[in-house]
Design a protein. Structure first.
Length: 139
């Protein structure tokens, strides 16, 4: 399933997507026996960090350029075989906020979560108020 976005990046669509995100967090947590916070952290670590680093590295993006620099510094600490890299990376992941994403980034994030969940054997449900997004993306 591919989710589309409105061209004007409207706030109502973002709020609908955000509700969907937390519904999926709940479904994933229940299915695999995790807490919602653990799943939220896992998805940020697995998908959102990569999206933010890419956006932060893009000179044309308005996303905070410091984000990619922070991850480069963490990689340097890891390469130096310093044990602190894991604590640093977990701290940055914890501080990474889904609310910093624009609609385009959040749409990509949702698609990544949906595809990952399917690969794990979990078919996430989509509420009725997102059916229009599915229909638009299938055209």
């Amino acid at each position: 399933m591919k989710f589309s976005r409105e061209a004007d990046n409207s706030l109502p669509l973002f709020l609908i997507y955000f509700r969907l995100y937390w519904k999926w967090i709940h479904q994933f947590a229940q299915h695999f026996g995790n807490t919602q916070e653990e799943v939220h952290h896992l998805f940020k670590k697995k998908f959102l960090v990569r999206i933010y680093v890419r956006e932060s590295s893009d000179l044309n993006s308005k996303f905070d350029k410091q984000y990619a620099k922070t991850w480069e510094a963490i990689k340097g600490v890891k390469m130096a075989e310093m044990d602190e890299w894991q604590a640093l990376s977990e701290g940055v992941i914890h501080a990474t906020s889904t609310t910093d994403a624009d609609v385009t980034m959040f749409t990509e994030y949702l698609n990544e979560i949906y595809n990952f969940s399917q690969a794990q054997g979990l078919w996430l449900s989509t509420p009725g108020d997102l059916k229009f997004a599915r229909e638009m993306s299938e055209k």
